[in-house]
Design a protein around this ligand. Sequence first.
Ligand code: ADP
Length: 193
Amino acid sequence: MRLLLIGAPGAGKGTQAELLAKRFGIAHISSGDLLRQHVREQTSLGQTIKSYVDHGDLVPDAVVLDMLRKPVVAAAEAGGYVLDGFPRTVAQAEAAFAVARTLGAEVQAAIQLDVPREELVRRLLSRGRGSDDTEEVIEHRLQVYLDNTVPLLEYYAGREWMFAVDGSQPPEAVHEEIVARLKKISALAGEAW
Ligand code: ADP
């Protein structure tokens, strides 16, 4: 099974990706976690991207694509993945689609987690992850989401493999709603995932 999770910062992508990975025995691949790991370990990639991540700016598309290629291809071969935080721009989606198509491993579903802005801010402030979770950076990340990722949602709109769920419900309820929707579209696609 190959899934994408899209949502604003604080929408609960990480939590839902974890639950889906467990439920379906697929790999959870988080672009943000991988980028933060590079920063923590001070790899050369980490040094290049640190200021983007700290300021809540998007890391350049080519860097993210390069970093994800290997783990995503490996996971696709091993049974599937849920991608959390990628793609975040239309350009990333187009580039990833081109690669996936050559591998015959296109995404089967994209899930949008919908959460009102006030709830996002509340969650992010209480998370206190570190340098990219200050009030100022949070505001900026929400704006980056509106500017870059909302157009991606518009680009995907109307595709039968894209759906939105109400991400302000408790995590288990969100999860069950996602699973129910996935069952529906996999039945429609007539494939065993
Ligand atoms: P959140 O969902 O709370 O925004 P993430 O952990 O997904 O947090 O991302 C944290 C940071 O990592 C982003 O603010 C950005 O700097 C960088 N990042 C993550 N994914 C991408 C991506 N697909 N393209 C560019 N930058 C990314």
